[in-house]
Write a protein of this length. Sequence first.
Length: 324
Amino acid sequence: MKTKLLFTKQTKTFYILLVFSLCFNYGWSQNLMLNPTCDDHTSSTGDNADAYDMTPNNTILDESDPAVEIDSPYQLIWDNDALEDALEIKYLGMAGSLDEQPGSTSSGNNGTRGVKLYDDGNPAITGSSRRLYQKVEGLTIGANYIFSVDSRSEAAGTDSEVYILNTEIMNEDGIDANGAADASVDGYMDIIAADEWATFTTVSFTATNTFAVVYVRSLGSINGETEVFYDNFSLVADPTASVSDVFASKIRVYPNPATDNITIKSVDQSQIDSVELYNILGSKVLSTTSLVNDSLNVSEMASGVYLLKVNVGTQSATKRIVIE
């Protein structure tokens, strides 16, 4: 499911209060991300970004004694040379020198350090070569989780694709071809560019492996004037997930926004019995019991926000979609 979420200050305040309420009632959920605030290992301004690098350095500077190098806590968990090589071939035509590591920045949220995506033009390529990558361990297969991150963009057109992957992908062929519907994707969101810090949160996703890879790219970030900044990553167990939440997380709807057709698929291949489309007034404007190649034609619909209800047996899931 492709979801664009842009929180205003009011809705962000509500989100914070909601999180506080959940923590009060259910206890604090452990954040499974490593260096989630991007403020660890800042003796070297590059070391803090190692937590989000697909090929972390073997060593980092000791926080307590910056003159001493220690084994990287990240390199021991993941080191995806195959993906780095694939990006070099994708952008350069051959394996070579390509800096795919996110940059470290002092422009994190609330004046703290963060990380950023951009293309420094060395070498000059089309699209951003830099990616955010972190393998997160300790998940339970079948359990539900919530991922969130603060972000800010320097320019329009610098949306962020956030993939929660169930495998350490060796190339981007799958997500390039299939997007959120790729078998490697457990969760996905598209963060629309915003020039103020805001928190964007995925819907609850169901883990299909004991680890997840948080993978972020911003293909519109093509130079130092189109940087995208990130801070305060979080991946926690969802304490409120219900049966309907689990079902909804298995229904993928894309593209969103849509113009002509919407693809509707069930991750576990369940037969979709019917779909219904409602406008913002709650009126049903479209209904069908038969999708053509998993696709719903919305080309005759007026532009606007709709609710799409997907029915499978006795269960249903409702997705917010935008038709342009």
